[in-house]
Structure formats: structure tokens, C-alpha cells
Design a binder for this molecule. Structure first.
Ligand SMILES: Nc1ncnc2c1ncn2[C@@H]1O[C@H](COP(=O)(O)OP(=O)(O)OP(=O)(O)O)[C@@H](O)[C@H]1O
Ligand SMILES: [Mg+2]
Length: 471
């Protein structure tokens, strides 16, 4: 399904109320907060990453992987559905689902929806990778439980940032567009209401700080009347200072029988601990990510003695790598900008993706690359982490991946390289080595993967020195 975020006219049904802060279709994007920081300080900005993935995603990430279901009551039968009809949704809602172009439930939806819609309501913690249909799943659950005739908030959804709240709000609006009486309020900063007012919108989406204010200090929302509480993007949420505590404080104000639903793209320990704190007696659904492997990827290294020699080697390789599409990773923004500029001077057409660009600019760069308008994308690891560009078949580590202490970053290596060998396609990885130290790092990476993958990670020395082709 391809959706044009900007071309839609306002839907007639579910109305965003007058205090809707901005057009939810046009992502509001600001320079990332760490724009002034030096490259070394560049941090992974998970909220920006998540938003970026949504902006560039054109459709559902289909996943054939295993679903793990842990039921609170192991004796109750386990349902999954293969069609939306089986869920017996209200007709307006089914209409909304089809209007969005969904024909059948995604893998996570197959399992999560029957669980979320069951009576009596059950709590759920669900994890599956980005783009697999989590948002659509809980939006359907909220819209199924809401009573449009009651003019007060009944469903509350927390999102990590303003921009992500608007994105999710947009999904709620689209899916609920055949409910004329249903309204949605955005509890986000800058959305000022008069004191003493009570809001009548049945669904509230917002960020933890503002929602907390609306529930406690300002009393715009009566938390005791909330039937469904959703915590979306829990992994992004807890990466932000203060959000975890605010979410817990909100959760404590809700009635005991309120249905609690938590979603996350990943499940590190920290997410899991948080999830267990805010979701009592949960069912748990996990969708395994396709395992990344190095088996189908040929890995080479190039021995050089300086950065300039690495550049020269890269130029020598250039004709070979641009047969397909390539991503070149640098350690810092500075190196990435330098390299992109130097390659341009040589007459090569390259794209640069860098952390100081605004999210929307970054999305545009990736989209052009995906469309093949540029064959080579120069970027930093931090910036490109989590971004999936399927057609990349050559990865060049202009700098080897190291963590902040200078140790080999195996996970990042796998993540960068793993992307090239998807679906059995053969990929190529070239590592630029410019010192004894970096050769040592590469050897340690090789050792790591030889141990963990039964010896399947072997380097082929591609060439020695910068003289590619000279023998
Ligand atoms: N059943 C479906 N059929 C077709 N497309 C779907 C279906 N469910 C969701 N989608 C589409 O797939 C894309 C990803 O869905 P969604 O945003 O719900 O994923 P997500 O798991 O919440 O991802 P993230 O972790 O990034 O928030 C969206 O464009 C959405 O419209
Ligand atoms: Mg989502």
C-alpha cells in the first residue's frame, strides 16, 4: 500500500479538534537536538530514527518469522485470525481498515488482535520489528473499545515525541474516518486549553509530560474513566529522560480494570523491565527478527597506510562498486562530509546522509537513494543505524566500526554488512584498513564471528596497498 501523506483531503468522520496543533500529515521536523555536538558526541537518536523509518516506509514489512506467544492463562485457547472479517469488527471500522488498503492482518496482527479484542479485556506486551503493523493493531483495538456516544476520554495513547504522536494520530484519524462522532485530542506541548475545562474527545494521544499534566495538575482528563491505555514505542520512550517515570505515574492513576497495551520494536532488558512495571498480568507476543547472517557475503579488506590512500583505493574500486548500489560508512560526520566532497570532486555522484541534517532532509536523501537516483550513499554508522535499504549489495567500511572506547563493534559490523546479503542475494563487503591498530580490530571482528558462526567469517585480502589492479 502506498500512501501519500500530503495529498489526502481531510476525512469527513473522526475530527481532529480545534486544538490539533498542526497538520498531522506533514511531519513537523526540527533540527535534531544534537546538531551542535561534535561527531564523537553524536548519539543515537532513536526517536528521529523511528520517525525517519516511518517517513520513508512505503509499506508493511512482511515477516515470515516465528511468533512467540506467552499467555497469561496457558489454559485458555489461543486464537489467531487470517482475515479482518473473522474479528467481527464494527462495520465502520472494517470499512476504515479496507480504506487504508489493508487486505489481511499482518503477522503480529494475526495474533495480537484476537487477544486485544477478547472479553474480558486482557493486557498485552508485544514486540515486533519496525514496520510490521503494531501501530495499526492497537489503533484497531482502541477504536473497537471506544464508545462514541460518551463524550469523555476513554482511550489514552502515549507516544515518545510530538512528531511520533502526530504520526500515530494520523493513523487513528484514517482508520476511524467512518465514525462521524468520534474525536481525537492531541496532548502535546504547545496545545493549550483553558484551565478548568474538561475535554470531550474520546481518544487522547500525547507525550508523557503533557498527558501527565492533563490528568493530574490540569485535570482535563479523568484518568479513572480510561478503558484502554497504550504505550507505543516503549523502546524509544525509555531512551528519553523522564518519560519512564512519567508513564508510570500516569499508569498508576488508571483504574485497575483498564486494559494496558505496550508495544516495542525491540526487547532489551531495560524495555522488558519497564514493560513489566506498567503492564500487570500480561500476555506476551514476540515476533522474531530475521536473523542476519554473514554467510552469503564475501568480505574483503584493503591495506592502506593513510586516509588519503584509503580514498585512492576507494576511487580505484569505484567502477566495481557502482555496478550495484553501495553504502560507505565513516566513523564521524566530518569524515563522511569530507569523503562525499572528495568523491564529488572526482566527478562521482554520491549522496550524503548525516546526523546534522533535519529528519525530513534525511528521509529525502534515503528516498532518492532507494529510487536509485544515487548509486552511492556516504554516511555515518549512527545516522544509518536501523535504516533498511534492501537493494544495497556493497558495503564499504571506510572506517571500521568501533565503540566509544575504540573496541571492535561487532554488532554494528553485522548490522552494516548483514544488510547486503538479504534473501540469499550475494553481497560484498570491503573493509578499509589503515594501520596495525585497525588490522587488529578487523582480526578481532573476524574472531568474534568465527566463534559465533562456526568459522563462516573469513576475510579475503582484496588488495594490498592502494594499488588496486596493480597486482
Ligand atoms: N494489515 C496490513 N496490511 C497492509 N499494510 C499494513 C497492515 N498493517 C499495517 N500496514 C502498513 O504497514 C506500515 C507499517 O505499519 P505500522 O506503522 O503499524 O508498523 P509498526 O510496527 O508500528 O512500526 P514502528 O515500530 O516503526 O512504529 C504502515 O504503512 C501501515 O499502513
Ligand atoms: Mg508503530
Amino acid at each position: 500500500m502506498e500512501r501519500n501523506r500530503h495529498a489526502e483531503s481531510r476525512w469527513p468522520g473522526l475530527q481532529a479538534v480545534s486544538h490539533h496543533p498542526a497538520c498531522g500529515r506533514c511531519a513537523v521536523v526540527k533540527p535534531s537536538a544534537n546538531a551542535e555536538k561534535t561527531d564523537e558526541e553524536e548519539k543515537e537518536d532513536r526517536a528521529a530514527q523511528s520517525l525517519l523509518n516511518k517517513l520513508i516506509r512505503s509499506n508493511l514489512v512482511d515477516n515470515t518469522n516465528q511468533v512467540e506467544v506467552l499467555q497469561r492463562d496457558p489454559n485458555s485457547p489461543l486464537y489467531s485470525v487470517k482475515s479482518f472479517e473473522e474479528l467481527r469488527l464494527k462495520p465502520q471500522l472494517l470499512q476504515g481498515v479496507y480504506a487504508m488498503g489493508f487486505n489481511r492482518p499482518s503477522k503480529i496482527q494475526e495474533n495480537a488482535l484476537p487477544m486485544m479484542l477478547a472479553e474480558p479485556p486482557q493486557n498485552l506486551i508485544a514486540q515486533s520489528q519496525s514496520g510490521t503493523g503494531k501501530t495499526a493493531a492497537f489503533v484497531l483495538a482502541m477504536l473497537s473499545r471506544v464508545e462514541p456516544a460518551d463524550r469523555y476520554p476513554q482511550c489514552l495513547c502515549l507516544s515518545p515525541t510530538y512528531e511520533l504522536a502526530l504520526q500515530t494520530g494520523n493513523v487513528i484519524e484514517q482508520m476511524g474516518k467512518f465514525y462521524p462522532e468520534l474525536k481525537l485530542a492531541y496532548a502535546v506541548r504547545g496545545n493549550k486549553l483553558e484551565r478548568g475545562q474538561k475535554i470531550s474527545e474520546q481518544i487522547v494521544i500525547g507525550t508523557p509530560g503533557t498527558v501527565l499534566d492533563w490528568c493530574s495538575k490540569l485535570k482535563f482528563i479523568d484518568p479513572k474513566k480510561i478503558k484502554v491505555f497504550v504505550l507505543d514505542e516503549a523502546d524509544v520512550m525509555i531512551a528519553t529522560q523522564g518519560h519512564q517515570d512519567q508513564s508510570i505515574r500516569i499508569q498508576r492513576m488508571l483504574p485497575r480494570n483498564c486494559q494496558m497495551l505496550l508495544f516495542s520494536a525491540t526487547f532489551e532488558d531495560s524495555v522488558w523491565k519497564f514493560a513489566q512495571k506498567v503492564v500487570p498480568d500480561p500476555n506476551v507476543i514476540k515476533l522474531k527478527r530475521e536473523e542476519e547472517t554473514l554467510d552469503t557475503i564475501k568480505q574483503y579488506y584493503v591495506l592502506c597506510s593513510s586516509r588519503d590512500e584509503k580514498f585512492q583505493a576507494l576511487c580505484n574500486l569505484y567502477g566495481a562498486i557502482t555496478i550495484a548500489q553501495a553504502m560507505i560508512f565513516c566513523h564521524t560526520r566530518k569524515t563522511a562530509s569530507w569523503l562525499a566532497a572528495e568523491l564529488s570532486k572526482e566527478g562521482h555522484q554520491v549522496a550524503l546522509l548525516s546526523g546534522e541534517m533535519m529528519v525530513e532532509q534525511r528521509a529525502a536523501v534515503i528516498e532518492r537513494f532507494r529510487e536509485g537516483k544515487e548509486k552511492v550513499l556516504v554516511t555515518t554508522n549512527v545516522c544509518a543505524r536501523g535504516i533498511d535499504v534492501e537493494q544495497v549489495s556493497v558495503v564499504i567500511n571506510f572506517d571500521l566500526p568501533v565503540d566509544k572506547d575504540g573496541n571492535p563493534d561487532n554488532e554494528t559490523y553485522l548490522h552494516r554488512i548483514g544488510r547486503t546479503g538479504r534473501f540469499g542475494k550475494r553481497g560484498l563487503a570491503v573493509n578499509m584498513v589503515d594501520s596495525k591498530h585497525s588490522m587488529n580490530i578487523l582480526n578481532r571482528i573476524q574472531e568474534h564471528f568465527s566463534e559465533s558462526r562456526g568459522g563462516s567469517c573469513a576475510w579475503h585480502p582484496f588488495l594490498r596497498g592502494a594499488g588496486w589492479g596493480k597486482g
